[in-house]
Write a protein that binds this ligand. Structure first.
Ligand SMILES: Cc1cc2nc3c(=O)[nH]c(=O)nc-3n(C[C@H](O)[C@H](O)[C@H](O)COP(=O)(O)O)c2cc1C
Ligand code: SF4
Length: 656
């Protein structure tokens, strides 16, 4: 029997058979062009996921009603026949890999803004606010009829494009979810009020699609719990699912949460794996059609067990497939240690909310599939690259260059690879960074990269080794501000490296960026009383908003005092002397003072090396301290730059 036999067993949905139970959940990534058309970026991104072994891909939320229903730039439109050629290429590409293709049909309802759409946002009732705090306009009866038609027409375009099915997005607080919600839909006509009336719009859409294309599968993404007072709750959602089944839906894709529900829809890292499977289980017990569950699932063992125990029929993966499109194939082949783990940083969705195309912290190729091809012709003559520093930037550069056929030598002054990752993984809920660290070490082991540890690379090494290319990835060191009494302070590495333990103490942390707040979270475990001092107006301002909110909730629960607009003047044996924006001075008592005042690049070799050779590159924190997303991307990009330079050199050589 193969690996994960339940997860990798076939399943029938309506008229179609899936090769396995892994579904790529819909994720709006924003790669379409400004007219909402599918382009090469969209196709290559989905192709990588289809090739990676998913049994079903649900293409992201595509807008059925432009501009009113649109959520943002880069969204795919499915509102008129011009969209068919692009969608046809997309469906064809996905299906080439024996992967079934659905497309999600979407209307934002109130969860957009007039800045994006150019028109007032609409809703079943004038209730709630948009994210930009506008009051939505109530849809008229004839507009609802029109919208039903738009959804049915969109399903027709999907059918003509060759999709196997469509998914109606009735979750996360968007238009169809709002119709279902007892709180948000108090209309007096046949589309509001009672449950039967609130469901009517969905049921009429399903009936219209079935009438037109009986073979087209219909999935409904349904919030089983809105997690807002007065919103949709499991008891009613189960009844809705049963009704959807009666009216011809073929699949229920269970989800939860809305914009207002806080952390429950694209969860921060503290939520346990598969915490919301119980919601799908409630539906599964009451319907015959297949039920999809997911959310915070990343482990094939866990996914297989959910199916084996009959709690759901399929597992959707979102972020896990942004991080590693080959998750399914690797799991099926029993190569779980090769899966590039999503670290739940939410960098992806943060970009989406900022109106930018989505990318992934740990996978530099996500969303850049056209730019960074997975298979490259190996360089004809192996040239030598020395990389100084085995942190994330250096390792990524080393791995990419190795795959291209370079002779790669990775030098590290410490005894282990990973740089600052070992500290980054220490605060609560950041343990997935350890998995990523292990993944990198494992990749290095399998590669041809020569790794030299405990070796502080010097200029003399450059003179004797004469590499063709040098990459300086020497990272950063803590920035020590020039303050009286600074010698009394500990730094982050003393604490997170567990060189010094701080228990039951009065602690002041200087610096309220994400590092300062996370070290406070770490120290709360040891019964400390903590104050954070920050000069600016917000703490953890550099963090993604859901993980930030979650962290601040924990700090608040732990009684941490946050003092913003406080400048430190001096550190004494009794505490820290500060001045606030009203020029009030005070001493904050402290037994331990910890500096979280940022990092500074280490790159002194760069200018010396540049005098000796032309191809010198400085990357990651050594260039500018920005955290490891930029470091990983820069490592990868620099490898490509060197590769292209090398090919050009060869062409010039051939030409002469
Ligand atoms: C970048 C991004 C975009 C998303 N866009 C959509 C979408 O278009 N439609 C949808 O129903 N859910 C969307 N979601 C939610 C995911 O489908 C999924 O429910 C959520 O990420 C939780 O699953 P995960 O923990 O496997 O990522 C999105 C999530 C992310 C991270
Ligand atoms: S950006 Fe972060 S949360 Fe999003 S997929 Fe990548 S690692 Fe996961």
């Amino acid at each position: 029997m193969g690996n994960y036999p339940h997860l990798f067993s076939k399943l029938q949905i309506g008229d179609i058979t899936l090769k396995n139970r892994v579904v790529m959940g819909p994720m709006l990534v924003g790669y379409a062009d400004q007219t909402g058309r599918v382009n090469e970026n969209v196709i290559k991104y989905y192709e990588a996921r289809a090739k990676g072994g998913a049994g079903l891909i649900i293409v992201e939320a595509c807008c059925v009603d432009v501009p009113t229903g649109k959520e943002g730039a880069g969204q795919i439109h499915i509102d008129n026949a011009d969209c068919i050629p692009g969608l046809t290429s997309l469906a064809r590409t996905i299906k080439k890999y024996d992967c079934k293709a659905f497309v999600q049909l979407f209307h934002a309802g109130r969860q957009t803004s007039s800045q994006i759409t150019g028109v007032p946002p609409v809703a079943p009732t004038r209730k709630g606010l948009t994210p930009s705090r506008e009051v939505p306009r109530e849809l008229s009866y004839s507009e609802i009829k029109n919208l039903i038609n738009q959804f049915i027409k969109a399903a027709d375009y999907a059918y003509q494009a060759g999709f196997d099915g469509v998914e109606l997005h009735a979750a996360h607080g968007y238009l169809l979810n709002e119709f279902l919600s007892p709180k948000m839909n108090t209309r007096q006509d046949e589309y509001g009020g009672s449950l039967q009336n609130r469901m009517r719009i969905l049921l009429e859409i399903i009936a219209g699609i079935k009438l037109q294309h009986p073979s087209l599968a219909i999935s409904v993404r349904l919030n089983i719990d809105d997690f807002i007072p007065g919103g949709l709750q499991p008891e009613q959602s189960v009844l809705i699912a049963q009704e959807l089944e009666k009216h011809g839906a073929n699949l229920i894709n269970c989800s939860c949460g809305t914009y207002e529900s806080g952390l429950t829809s694209i969860e921060p890292a503290s939520y346990p794996e598969g915490w919301r499977v119980y919601l799908a289980e409630k539906v599964k017990q009451r319907v015959q059609i297949p039920v999809v569950t997911g959310g915070m699932i990343y482990n094939p063992d866990f996914a297989d067990k959910v199916i084996a125990e009959g709690r759901a029929d399929l597992i959707f993966l979102g972020r896990s497939l942004l991080a590693d499109p080959k998750w399914p194939i690797k799991a099926q082949r029993g190569k779980c240690e090769d899966i590039r783990p999503c670290i739940r940083c939410n960098g992806c969705i943060n970009l989406h909310f900022a109106g930018m195309p989505v990318s992934c912290t740990v996978n530099p190729s996500t969303g850049r599939e056209t730019q960074y091809r997975t298979r490259l012709a190996r360089i004809p003559v192996a040239s030598k690259v020395d990389i100084i520093g085995a942190g994330p930037a250096g390792i990524q550069a080393a791995l990419t260059l190795d795959a291209m056929g370079f002779d790669v030598n990775l030098f590290e002054k410490d005894s282990h690879p990973g740089g600052l990752l070992k500290y980054a993984a220490k605060p609560p809920h950041k343990e997935r960074i350890n998995d990523y660290h292990r993944f990198l070490v494992n990749c290095l082991k399998r590669s041809g990269v020569k790794q030299i540890y405990n070796y502080p690379y010097q200029l003399t090494d450059l003179q004797s080794r004469r590499p063709d290319h040098l990459i300086i990835a020497t990272g950063s060191r803590p920035h020590i501000p020039d303050l009286p009494g600074i010698e009394h302070c500990l730094n982050l590495e003393d604490i997170l490296g567990e060189r010094i333990s701080v228990n039951g103490s009065e602690v002041v942390i200087i610096g309220g960026g994400s590092n300062g707040c996370e070290v406070a979270d770490f120290l709360l475990q040891f019964n400390n009383r903590i104050t954070i001092l920050e000069e600016r107006t917000r703490v953890a301002a550099d963090m993604e908003r859901k993980n930030r909110r979650d962290l601040l909730n924990r700090l608040e629960a732990g009684g941490v005092t946050l003092l913003v607009k406080h400048k430190v003047l001096e550190i004494t044996e009794n505490g820290v002397i500060t001045v606030d924006s009203a020029q009030n001075r005070k001493t904050i008592p402290a037994q331990q003072v910890i500096l979280a005042t940022g990092y500074k690049p280490i790159n002194h070799l760069y200018h010396q090396a540049r005098r000796l050779m032309p191809s010198v590159h400085v990357i990651g924190d050594a260039l500018r301290v920005r955290g490891f997303k930029s470091a990983i991307l820069e490592g990868h990009m620099t490898a490509y730059m060197i590769y292209r330079e090398q090919l050009k050199q060869k062409q010039r050589g051939q030409g002469s």
